[in-house]
Design a protein around this ligand. Structure first.
Ligand SMILES: O=P(O)(O)OC[C@H]1O[C@H](OP(=O)(O)OP(=O)(O)O)[C@H](O)[C@@H]1O
Length: 397
């Protein structure tokens, strides 16, 4: 079945219906119905059973929650914008057949968005005082553009480039000029291109001139500053094969702009940048465009596991039995404990001063939570401070 648009895209109705499922869940439904079984279960969505020292930023809960609307289940989840390290991020309770076929889409929503949001948080923390924009739409299937940009914002990025994603999110995409614009004017005609852009673009569009198309970045940066009175920044997107020491190029541009009296013209850097490069460059530049580090982030490896069957402890090998709670302590700790209070000591007992992170999301099939992206962004920044989040990934060259 092809989407009526003609694109190979699974339509939203199929996701909501539970048809975006692995086929073995269809077999499971058939078999359980044949055997007249529909046990009451508690299931948990977990990446790591125990803490690993690698924090991740939870995202995708808004879309995941929609799957449960109208289904006879209760769902609790950590709020979007909180960090986690081990233990469940979501708990579902109800007759198993109510949500069996939703597992595939549920994990997909949470896994992909959490991976992207965590990578965005890494970029954010690598350059806390710089503008950091999401430029990675071109690397991923267009059907997930809004997820990528929303997750990038959740991680703390300041804006994004995908226009249609902006329409979905109710926010305006930003951007200035690609190399194609310079090339359309021809070699040696960079001034004409920058000036035409300045004349054509709306007053709300920042005047940022791309200065690496045909000649040396230092040369083009000074020429752009001379050509456009209101120039805000120059953008260096130097192609990899010409890059050499990018930090040196950036510092040389800064030096020369200052020396020529253009100290009010900022530098914007983009192209293959990740947390390590942001840390190296951040004192010399005003802003960054980050693409693949965020958009191509590895999805978090969430799984859904039944942990109680008809009130009894259950779990497959390698997974921890029993309904759990996760707690954040004032010192930034993350604790996983049994939910029923039966444990009064040791690692399965709740910490004395812990904040319970799993909160009601769905009750009897009704969504009981509001989603406010700005509030979630603030939560993520605060929680990253609390737990001392640092990017662990070394993103190579
Ligand atoms: O962080 P990244 O994974 O590199 O992704 C984003 C980059 O992609 C674009 O480069 P490109 O050279 O394609 O721009 P152009 O179309 O203007 O040549 C853009 O200028 C960003 O720098």
């Amino acid at each position: 079945m092809t989407d009526e648009s003609g694109f190979d895209i699974v339509p939203p109705e199929a996701i909501a219906d539970g048809r975006a499922t692995d086929a073995y869940f269809d077999r499971t439904v058939e078999t359980l119905e044949h055997a007249d079984r529909n046990p009451h279960v508690v299931a948990e969505v977990t990446a790591d059973q125990f803490a690993t020292g690698e924090w991740e930023l939870l995202a995708g809960v808004k879309d995941a929650a929609r799957l449960f609307e109208g289904r006879d289940v209760d769902v609790d989840a950590i709020r979007e914008g909180r960090l986690f390290d081990g233990g469940p991020v979501m708990r579902i309770e109800g007759p198993y057949l109510e949500f069996c076929r939703l597992e595939t889409a549920l994990l997909g929503f949470l896994s992909h968005a959490t991976g992207v949001a965590t990578a965005a948080l890494e970029a954010r923390r690598a350059a806390p005082d710089s503008t950091v924009l999401s430029f990675g739409s071109r690397h991923v299937h267009p059907s997930i553009g809004a997820m990528v940009e929303r997750s990038a914002l959740l991680g703390g990025l300041d804006g994004f480039s995908n226009v249609a994603a902006g329409e979905v999110l109710g926010r305006e995409a930003g951007g200035t000029m690609p190399h194609a614009l310079l090339i359309c004017f021809g070699r040696g005609e960079q001034e004409a291109a920058w000036q035409a852009f300045d004349e054509a673009a709306g007053s709300d569009v920042p005047r940022v001139a791309l200065v690496d198309t045909y000649s040396d970045e230092v040369d083009e940066a000074v020429r752009a500053a001379e050509a456009v009175d209101a120039l805000e920044s120059v953008r260096l997107d130097t192609t990899g094969s010409r890059r050499g020491d990018f930090e040196h190029i950036v510092r040389e541009v800064r030096w020369t702009l200052d020396a020529e009296g253009f100290d009010d013209v900022g530098i914007f850097a983009s192209g293959g940048l990740g947390p390590r490069q942001l840390r190296e460059l951040r004192e010399h530049v005003a802003g960054f465009g980050v693409g693949s580090h965020v958009s191509n982030a590895e999805p978090t490896d969430f799984s859904l596991d039944i942990v109680e069957l008809e009130g009894d402890l259950a779990a497959k090998r390698g997974k921890l039995t029993g309904t759990k709670e996760v707690y954040r302590t004032d010192d930034g700790g993350h604790h996983v404990a049994l939910a029923d209070g039966s444990a009064t000591g040791g690692p399965t007992a709740p910490p004395a001063d812990g904040e319970r992170l799993l909160q009601p999301l769905v009750r009897d099939g009704e969504l009981v939570r509001e989603f406010d992206l700005d509030a979630a962004v603030d939560r993520a920044a605060e929680d990253a401070d609390t737990v001392g989040f640092e990017a662990l990934a070394d993103d190579g060259d």
